[in-house]
Design a protein around this ligand. Structure first.
Ligand code: FE
Ligand code: FE
Ligand code: ZN
Length: 299
């Protein structure tokens, strides 16, 4: 099983990310090249990158399984403000360059939000933007993430993703997010039905990453609030069935579940759940006391 989590990318850049992933006993990870909510980025340090690659090699983390996530404030779907749209395109180009410098093969993007414009128009804009970005050949593949349908998000169902993919000249892929799928109305209990349709319309070979998250809200809530594995409405059994599905093997699994702790009494003390969630998923057995164990471990 190739499994890891979202990790930081700060002073030590990729080297810091690798160290954090190793502290969770992960064999892959996903990072943002800076804060996900802004576009301020530092220059990639080649020495740190080399050290990171060496540390990965020593610990059997394959570069091809590591994922970058673009900041979620860029929006390729709406071009009413042309300057903003062009900025998103330019930023994503730069982000892909950073991925190449880091040796990363996949970058996940949120397709974007249509805001006030027509959905089909928005899907066309996304494809146009991606075609502009991919005019420069790259070794890093763009993956469209499946979205929950919060606000006016695009990419909330298979046909929308298909429309984008069909209108992009170069090859792009998809990143499934279980929380987003569930919130958009896909029953994870009948996940195979979803995969059947995906296979028919897009092709399962386009799936290169899986975000594994439980959901704090019931089916089709369009909320996008992630819950810890087994502590939400999807449930442990259904999530385990997704990652053991024979049609989804050898795809990096990335946890984006929330930090745990007593948020009301002590806001500053929140702990990463990933080491424990990864272990629980590898064992295939739900642990009702997992959250208490995480707090006890880091305290
Ligand atoms: Fe995402
Ligand atoms: Fe996600
Ligand atoms: Zn989400």
């Amino acid at each position: 099983m190739i499994i890891g989590s979202h990790v930081g990318f700060s002073k030590e850049q990729l080297l810091g990310s690798v160290k954090e992933a190793l502290s969770y006993n992960a064999n892959t990870f996903m990072f943002y090249t800076g804060a996900p909510q802004n576009t301020m980025r530092s220059k990639i340090d080649q020495n740190l990158t080399n050290e990171a690659h060496k540390l990965m090699q020593e610990n059997n983390i394959l570069l091809k399984n590591v994922i970058c996530h673009a900041p979620y404030i860029i929006n390729l779907a709406n071009n009413l403000d042309n300057r903003k749209w062009e900025f998103s395109i330019e930023f994503l180009k730069q982000e892909i360059k950073r991925c190449e410098q880091l040796g990363i093969s996949y970058i996940v993007i949120h397709p974007g939000s249509s805001l006030t414009i027509d959905k089909q128009e928005a899907l066309k804009n996304i494809a146009t933007a991606l075609n502009k970005i991919l005019q420069t050949p790259t070794s890093c593949m763009i993956l469209l993430e499946t979205m929950a349908g919060k606000g006016s998000e695009c990419g909330t169902d298979i046909m929308q993703l298909k429309t984008i993919i069909d209108n992009v000249d170069k090859e792009i892929g998809v990143c499934l997010d279980t929380c987003h799928l569930f919130d958009s109305g896909v029953s994870i209990e009948n996940f195979d039905q979803y995969l059947d349709l995906f296979a028919k319309e897009i092709g399962l070979d386009k799936i290169h990453c899986l975000h594994l998250n439980d959901s704090k809200n019931p089916l089709a809530s369009h909320k996008d609030r992630h819950a810890n594995i087994g502590f939400g409405y999807i449930g442990f059994t259904n999530l385990l069935k997704v990652i053991t599905n024979p049609r989804l093997q050898n795809i990096p699994i990335i946890l984006e579940t929330p930090y745990v702790g007593n948020t009301i009494a002590d806001k500053s003390r929140l702990y990463p759940p990933y080491k424990f969630e990864i272990e629980m998923l590898r064992q295939g057995q739900f642990d009702h006391e997992l959250l208490e164990k995480i707090i006890a471990y880091y305290k």
